[in-house]
Design a protein around this ligand. Sequence first.
Ligand SMILES: Nc1ncnc2c1ncn2[C@@H]1O[C@H](COP(=O)(O)OP(=O)(O)OP(=O)(O)O)[C@@H](O)[C@H]1O
Length: 636
Amino acid sequence: MTGTFHHRQELLRREAEVQLRDRPLPSWQKRVLHRFAAERDNGWYPLLNQFAPHTPRQRPDLVLVGRMGVLVVLLRETEPDWEDSRAAFVWAAELLAGASIGSGMLSESVLRTVVVHPIEHTGRKGRSADHLAITEDELDRLFKRGERILTSDEALALAKHLDSRTFDLTPIMWNSQRIPRQRGGVPEVLQEPVAPSARRPFRDWRYFLDDAQLGAVRRSYSGPAQISGPAGTGKTTLALHRLAYLARRGDGKLLCTSPLPWIPARAAARFGRMAPELAGQIEFTSLHAWARDLLAGRGRAAEVDEREVRRAFDAVWSRDVVLHGLRNSREYWRDEIDRVIKGRGISSFDAYRTVSRKGRGGQLPSDFRSHAWRFYCEYERELSERGVFDHNDVLKRALAELERRPLPRQYTGVVVDEAQELTLIGLRLAHAISGAGPDQLLLVGDGQQQALAGGWRLAEAGISLHGRGEALRHDYRNRAMLLERASQVEAINRFDEGPSLPLSAALPVRGGGQVVEWHGRDQERALLCALLALDDDSSAAVLTETESAAEHWLRVLRDAGVAARELASWDGRDTTDTLVGTYLHAKGSEFRSVFLPVEPTPPPDTAEDRETHQRRRLTAMTRAQDLLWLAHPTTP
Ligand SMILES: Nc1ncnc2c1ncn2[C@@H]1O[C@H](COP(=O)(O)OP(=O)(O)OP(=O)(O)O)[C@@H](O)[C@H]1O
């Protein structure tokens, strides 16, 4: 078998020798081409640049399409400039744009740039941000390593697509007209976008996007833009692809940030699985960490002493008699200060008196604002007496610092994920970091998943979308049954900026799924049994409303011998441990199975607490891909 295989490869090599005999290529380049041509029976289709060996500097000499993707090959005696290798990549990527294969549109992640040097090359080899550099004797590496992204039919269809898009590339050793269609039909490469359907197999997000996603990845936005869409519709996926797209078209830095501190690390883990070579060009950091680093870099105090801040608040709270009477919730008044007064940068009672408090409760007496303002002033006094500042102060100071002295070098682009959780000050800071120029700011979010108090409008931060908003619709995460169940949660969207869709309007890409509505007495036993019955490779999470319930379940799981870890500190890397954490910390994550036990907390007693609870519950439910387990304990 092996002998026959090598014999066949030798025949192909010789055939290639004959075909390329009259091309004025240096002999080492011919050897490389012969080697590539010999891989045809393994489903590799080479396309040679018709100008080779006088290929323009910023073009590939060869493009090779196979099941492992598309190789953009530069045959060079010396190391090319990074601009040349990137430009060759972008040239091939533009030819590929719009190629729809089977179940989706191909993303640029199927392309890799390879620089092949003659054997005597002594310069740098190996992987860099822009390409892999090898010598001709190492070509086997290209064929033997890597995962299969495409079927053979798809590879052929893609090779034909490239052939049809340019006269610069010519097939070697294969001919689009002559290779017969294989039985079962070669998928057509369509120019028309095709919406994904449940009938198609589920594909890898790194290589396949839908037309709405790909359109937004490649679109040129003349100013700030927004991506919205219900849970699981691929907003973060799109944002990561866009970061890669922008990174490949320039050498500037990009920033991927979020008001929720754990989101950027999880996004970075995903990006690393998609385009590790570009990771150095993108900063993944929370907005607070970014602000702190800016201040520290400019010699300004920036560390928040959380414990002392809590003490300052508690001191005022313990003295208060009025606010307790209006609403006896420490969290509510903490939010009023953090999210409404300081979070909006309000610095006078007059401004506070008239500010809109959308979603913050209408039943409070009209003079509550003067009490809340006094409370806030006392809190500020406590902070200054203790010589500390809180997270809002860090954002405010960073904003003032940027106004005083802008960044020496602007980011090429800034993506803010979970943008609905920003405070107004946070939004202003993000805008100040990015600037308002073309492609500089992309806000990604979903108002139906808003978990923290908000209530601002983009215009208050000087941002205007002017129609630069897209809403995604196809849910790639939640199987149909789960989506249907989660859509029953009445989660009100208070973040009504740009286009948006409720979860009930999302279209599931994958059918089926399992929703278990457990009724019974012994919730712990039932949950453990269901968890232990999962397949070994099933990622799972137990999600709770409160921190204390999360701690409880972590203990229960560990006591039962289940490998479990805290969700709050999880960075998104693959793990076989069951993750346990709050609904809030579940943002930016997903699991095959999600368990939602019930906890002994009194139900929310105000309309806005109920709203927040519903939005958080919707977020928690939509973390599940295949199985959603919901507890309904019966009292003894
Ligand atoms: N075009 C696609 N093809 C295949 N899988 C996709 C596609 N787009 C997204 N996915 C997958 O769908 C899941 C949800 O994507 P993502 O996390 O980007 O959604 P999201 O809209 O940001 O979700 P949420 O708002 O709930 O956090 C992920 O597993 C992602 O890999």
